[in-house]
Design a protein around this ligand. Structure first.
Ligand SMILES: O=P(O)(O)OC[C@H]1O[C@](O)(COP(=O)(O)O)[C@@H](O)[C@@H]1O
Ligand SMILES: [Mg+2]
Ligand SMILES: [Mg+2]
Length: 330
């Protein structure tokens, strides 16, 4: 078995930047993920379920696990010298690390500490999503918002952790997508899925059909297309929706398929957050041979303007995204 740090070390010559920095960053994320995995696996026996008496800047009630995961990832990233600061779904503003780090450390991390919060209390898979950039502000100056508002095509690494029937950490640095399964008796993430790639063909569509009446016409037409009977094109497709982006995406990267969260009447700009949900998942998707768009442009080319901005998100098997785009643009 090859552990995460052994694999990253062996591959470090592929990482465009200084030796060891990436493995340090990934191992701090793995450390926090191990802790969260332990808390989730025994959640029913502890008081970790339910809501905290707080809400985040998006007005969403924070679950206790949202808050715990946020604190745990911050603690793990602060303990490393490479990170100058982070932005998190659960923090209204940037978290600039002290002790000179803001002037000297090279990386910033954007994170969704707990993805799929609505599924925590019902024992359905949830995740963590992270995105890593090199700072643009010169060393010696304090990092600022511009270091975080970089387009997704500038990411140096991205990944997710899926806390499911088994726990996986999946990441990319732009040289393919690799998955590591948590081995509890070793307490380590071990290589289980090297060079992951989307199957060429997909027959699963994933969308919250409960919002059907609120969807743009193009999305409604595409859903009808998915539901039509046509043996030649393997339709009707299967409809699968877990309600945790990480879990829905992970199923599709293994089996093929398309995930869609359009703009709706309730979320005119979409629900998912560009910086710490759409961009990292889009980077992984493209590295695995898939496509990711907001319905008009490549997600990774969007120039962000605010930390918690939302975006419509369509990601998956290229032929399925192309078919959707045909309905969205015609
Ligand atoms: O319940 P809805 O509206 O379908 O939304 C589900 C989506 O919202 C999310 O839960 C948002 O993420 P958070 O749980 O991190 O806020 C996604 O994981 C998921 O894809
Ligand atoms: Mg999320
Ligand atoms: Mg979240």
């Amino acid at each position: 078995m090859i552990t995460l740090s052994e694999f990253v070390y062996a591959k470090q010559h592929q990482f465009a930047y200084a030796t060891g920095e990436l493995s340090a960053l990934l191992s701090s994320i793995a450390t926090a993920a191990r802790f969260i995995n332990r808390e989730i696996s025994k959640a029913g026996l502890s008081d970790i379920l339910g809501f905290n008496e707080s809400s985040n800047i998006q007005g969403e009630a924070q679950t206790k696990l949202d808050v715990l995961a946020n604190e745990r990832f911050k603690k793990a990233l602060i303990s490393r010298g490479e990170v100058a600061g982070i932005a998190s779904e659960e923090d209204d503003d940037l978290v600039i690390f002290e002790g000179g780090r803001s002037q000297t450390s090279k990386y910033v991390v954007l994170i969704d500490p707990l993805d799929g919060s609505s599924n925590i209390d019902v024992n359905v898979p949830v995740g963590t999503i992270f995105s890593i950039y090199r700072r643009v502000t010169p060393i010696g100056q304090n990092i600022a918002i511009d270091d975080f508002l970089q387009p997704g095509n500038k990411q140096v690494a991205a990944g997710y952790v899926l806390y499911g029937s088994s726990t996986l950490l999946v990441y990319t640095t732009g040289q393919g997508v690799h998955g590591f399964t948590y081995e509890p008796s070793l307490g380590m993430f071990c290589l289980s899925n090297e060079n992951m790639s989307f199957p060429e063909f997909g027959n699963t569509y994933s969308i919250n059909e409960g919002n059907y009446l609120k969807f743009p016409d193009g999305v409604k037409k595409y859903m009808k297309y998915c539901q039509e009977i046509d043996k030649e094109t393997h339709r009707p497709y299967n409809s699968r929706y877990i309600g945790s982006l990480v879990a829905d995406f992970h199923r599709n990267i293994l089996k093929g398929g398309i995930f869609m969260y359009p703009n709706t009447a309730s979320y005119p700009d979409g629900k998912l957050r560009l910086l710490y949900e759409c961009n990292p998942v889009a980077f992984i998707a493209e590295q695995a041979g898939a496509k990711a768009t907001d319905g008009f442009q490549r997600i990774l080319d969007i120039q962000p303007t605010s930390l918690h901005e939302r975006s419509p998100f369509f990601v998956g098997t290229p032929s399925m995204v192309d078919q959707l785009m045909h309905f969205l643009t015609s």
